[in-house]
Write a protein that binds this ligand. Structure first.
Ligand code: ZN
Length: 232
C-alpha cells in the first residue's frame, strides 16, 4: 500500500475578473499552474484515484487530481482550452438546478467538455449548505441532483459538499445515495487510508505560479506557502 496520498486541487472560477464572493484564479495563473502540473506532476482523473482507493491499489507517484466547484460558464471559455491543450483530466461539480442558466455551463458546453475528457459530478441541486438542513432534505439534495444530472446524460459518480459542509451522518448519506466518493474543502492531503466520502482538497490560489509554489501547496505546506514570496 502506497503511503502517497495524492493532492486533489480545488478551483472555483477561472476568470480575468476576480469575484468578491467566489475564489477566482486568473487565466494566466491557471495556465501556468496547468503547465507545471503537465510537466512535473501526473494529473489523473478523480475516478482513477477512486479506483485505487476502492481496490487498495498503489496510487502513482506524483498523481494529482484537478476539480472545480459550481460549474460557472467561465470554465468552458477560460479553463477548458487550457485543460485540453495541457491534456489534464479534470472534474467539475455542478449545481444541478443551475445547468443551462445564465452564468453557468450549458448542456452543450458540458457535452463538448465531456468529449474533451472532462468528468462531472454533483454539488447538490441548489448549492445547499447541508449541515443546516434536516437529514431528509440532505438525502433529497444528494439523490435528486444525481438523478437530474443523469437524466441529462451526465454521469454523476462523485459529489462535493457546498462550502465543504458535512458531518459523518451526511458523508454516510452520500455513500448511500450511490456516490463513489465525495470531496470537502477541508485542507490537507495527508490522511491515509482516506475516507472516500470526506476527501480533503487543496484550495488553489492565483499567487501559486512557480513549480516550487505548486509543490508546496500540493504537499500541504500551507504555512510555508504563506511565508514565501513567489516570483511573478
Ligand atoms: Zn460551491
Amino acid at each position: 500500500m502506497s503511503l502517497w496520498y495524492p493532492p486533489i486541487l480545488a478551483y472555483h472560477r477561472v476568470d480575468p475578473q476576480p469575484a468578491s464572493d467566489t475564489p477566482t484564479v486568473s487565466i494566466k495563473a491557471f495556465e501556468r499552474q496547468m503547465e507545471i502540473l503537465a510537466a512535473r506532476w501526473r494529473p489523473i482523473p478523480l475516478g482513477d484515484l477512486a479506483d485505487c482507493l476502492e481496490a487498495g491499489r498503489v496510487i502513482p507517484r506524483r498523481a494529482v487530481a484537478v476539480t472545480f466547484d459550481d460549474g460557472e460558464e467561465g470554465l468552458f471559455t477560460h479553463a477548458f482550452p487550457i485543460l485540453e491543450r495541457c491534456r489534464i483530466p479534470a472534474l467539475i461539480f455542478l449545481i444541478a438546478d443551475n445547468v443551462g442558466k445564465a452564468g453557468s455551463l450549458s448542456p452543450g458546453q458540458i457535452a463538448r467538455m465531456r468529449e474533451g475528457g472532462i468528468q462531472f459530478g454533483s454539488h447538490t441541486v441548489h448549492h445547499a449548505y447541508l449541515p443546516s438542513l434536516p437529514m431528509e432534505q440532505v438525502r433529497r439534495e444528494l439523490a435528486e441532483s444525481k438523478r437530474l444530472l443523469e437524466s441529462r446524460g451526465i454521469p454523476a459518480e462523485f459529489f462535493s459538499y457546498p462550502g465543504g459542509g458535512f458531518t459523518p451522518e451526511i458523508a454516510e448519506a452520500a455513500r448511500e445515495a450511490g456516490y463513489r466518493a465525495a470531496c470537502t474543502t477541508n485542507r490537507g492531503i495527508r490522511r491515509f487510508p482516506a475516507d472516500r466520502w470526506a476527501l480533503r482538497r487543496v484550495a488553489m490560489h492565483a499567487n501559486t505560479v512557480s513549480p516550487l509554489g505548486v509543490w508546496i501547496r500540493c504537499c500541504g505546506y500551507y504555512g510555508l506557502n504563506r511565508r514565501l514570496r513567489e516570483p511573478a
